[in-house]
Ligand binder design. Structure first.
Ligand SMILES: Cc1cc2nc3c(=O)[nH]c(=O)nc-3n(C[C@H](O)[C@H](O)[C@H](O)COP(=O)(O)OP(=O)(O)OC[C@H]3O[C@@H](n4cnc5c(N)ncnc54)[C@H](O)[C@@H]3O)c2cc1C
Ligand SMILES: NC(=O)c1ccc[n+]([C@@H]2O[C@H](COP(=O)([O-])OP(=O)(O)OC[C@H]3O[C@@H](n4cnc5c(N)ncnc54)[C@H](O)[C@@H]3O)[C@@H](O)[C@H]2O)c1
Length: 467
């Protein structure tokens, strides 16, 4: 029988991704005794297999693409991709589970990091099982913070479970680029990873069940990405659902689709979303339905199950279902920290969550799409500017993009925007402020935009809004 150790702390933080790390560090800075429980990588999905490695791969893949654009613009260039160099950079940046820079950062701030899987065994009690099966029963004097993120969804496709398929985790850790890769799902993960491998020479095929790439974004995004990815050499199938998977060692994968096609590749990446396993977390101890898709929280991130919450239990990040982004987790962490310390301040606001898909062109977006705004009953007017018609758009290959703004003319303010292009991520900032602060349209229209920058397309899109 494994040993059971009792332990106490002011605050227990379960999960040390970007949200948990921020919360644990700041509460320790404030003088509280904090235990952080982590079963995989301190820094979470973001540092271990998400934002950080995928930005490194996107940068490496972008360099290859820029090199290939040299002929006709600046001379000649021979580009010989070598995946191993990019893989080495990923390994150097992410480190191992114990060596990660985030673990050192937290220890330096006084957070006690406990390795193992935490499970709620009471509203203020977390039982942590380590790799050897030893258990520690932790009791919180002041707060339990649930920051457990999510896991890649593995759909119940016949045949899939028995195969050596990849999720984003295996893709980020790949030592070699495969000859061919089938990508299930054209959300941010599938497209970012698929384009990066393609630029390193892998023959990539994308299968998306919805009619469009990045189906949650504006339809214009699909048009732009379809052209860019096809030019990169990716084969794209939209409106096609995978229905069965097979694998033969040495021969690779087969994916049968609902229209009867059979697609084949050496590797298969499953990128059809993420979910939080609430049963595994023991959320029933809080009266939360273990089959729910997220932990129910109020606008101060207190867990509020249907039967009523217990003071001192908080949740944040992907596990709350308010947007799967590191910046959402950190925004929420600030509110949790203030809540645990008994300080007031603003509550959580989600009307202007910025999101960026780091394909080339980058797709930045904030707030509602045009269709989303109409569905919400808004009086919608839009403005659109093609980057090709601005001074920056004239800079040649790889310069395609656009800005689209969505205005609620009743409210006299923007409710959403999309900035697509080589600098789509950076151009988004100004529009994120406009949507967040509900800056009046007439004030925005008086704004000057520096020449020649991508922001000029923002000014042109705003001039296109009639109200
Ligand atoms: C390929 C990819 C690229 C991405 N790129 C971006 C990007 O560019 N920008 C962006 O904003 N977002 C990006 N994301 C999303 C981002 O990674 C997540 O939104 C973010 O990491 C969520 O933070 P979190 O703190 O909620 O949870 P996570 O980062 O998921 O961390 C949760 C932690 O909790 C641990 N844990 C879970 N259950 C337990 C348990 N029971 N006991 C102990 N520990 C537990 C996990 O091991 C994990 O370390 C990307 C995601 C992927 C997959
Ligand atoms: N740059 C970033 O910020 C970034 C990058 C990667 C992931 N993320 C976050 O992580 C979360 C998960 O991203 P994701 O891309 O894995 O999931 P997603 O839910 O965004 O997209 C999954 C796609 O798979 C499709 N799909 C589902 N079942 C299918 C099937 N059987 N066959 C074919 N297609 C199918 C869906 O229609 C959908 O378009 C997102 O919410 C995103 O916010 C963010």
């Amino acid at each position: 029988m494994a040993a059971v150790r009792p332990d106490h702390a002011d605050v227990i933080v379960v999960g040390l991704g970007p949200g948990g790390e921020e919360t644990a560090g700041r509460l320790a800075d404030a003088g509280l005794e904090v235990v952080g429980v982590e079963e995989r990588v301190v820094g979470g999905e973001c540092a271990g297999a998400g934002c950080l490695p995928s930005r490194i791969l996107a940068r490496a893949a972008g360099l290859l693409a820029e090199g290939r654009r040299i002929p006709g613009h600046a001379g000649t260039a021979m580009v010989h991709p070598e995946w191993r160099q990019a893989a080495r950079a990923v390994r150097a940046a992410t480190g191992g589970p114990d060596a990660g820079p985030a673990a050192d950062r937290l220890a330096g701030r006084g957070v006690r990091v406990l390795r193992g899987t935490g499970c709620l065994t009471g509203p203020d009690e977390v039982t942590v099982a380590d790799a050897d099966g030893a258990e520690t029963v932790l009791r919180a004097r002041r707060a339990v913070v649930l920051a457990v993120g999510g896991e890649p969804v593995v759909p119940p496709l016949p045949g899939l479970a028995a195969t050596p398929y990849w999720t984003s985790r295996e893709a980020m850790a790949a030592a070699e680029a495969p000859r061919s890769l089938l990508v299930l799902g054209a959300g941010p993960t599938g497209l970012e990873v698929g384009q990066a491998f393609s630029r390193f020479g892998t023959a990539v095929t994308v299968v998306e069940a919805a009619p469009r790439l990045l189906p949650a974004e504006e339809p214009e995004v699909h048009e732009l990405l379809l052209k860019a990815l096809t030019e990169d050499g990716l084969e794209v199938h939209t409106g096609v659902r995978a229905v069965a998977v097979g694998h033969t060692p040495g021969a690779g994968f087969t994916v049968d689709c609902d229209r009867g096609e059979r697609l084949t590749a050496e590797r298969l990446l499953v990128a059809v979303g993420r979910r939080t396993d609430l049963a595994r977390l023991g959320a029933m101890a809080l009266g939360v339905d273990p089959d729910a898709s997220a932990l129910p929280v109020d606008d101060r991130l207190r867990v509020v199950p249907p039967g009523g919450g217990r003071p001192g239990v908080w949740a944040l990040g992907d596990a709350t279902g308010k947007g799967s982004y590191a910046h959402v987790a950190r925004h929420q962490a600030d509110i949790v920290v203030r809540g645990v310390l008994g300080r007031g301040g603003p509550v959580a606001a989600y009307h202007a969550v910025p999101r960026v898909t780091f394909t080339d062109p980058q797709i930045g977006a904030v707030g509602l799409t045009e269709a989303g705004a109409r569905a919400a009953g808004r009086a919608v007017r839009t403005g659109y500017a093609d980057r090709a018609r601005t001074a920056r758009g004239g800079h040649g290959a790889g310069g395609e993009g656009f800005v689209k703004v969505v205005a609620d003319v009743g409210a006299g303010a923007l409710v959403g925007a999309t900035t697509a292009g080589p600098c789509g991520a950076e151009t988004l900032g100004a529009l994120a402020v406009a949507v967040h602060a509900r800056v009046p349209l007439e004030v925005l229209r008086q704004q000057m935009w520096a020449h020649p920058t991508d922001q000029e397309a923002v000014g042109e899109a705003l001039r296109g809004v009639e109200w």
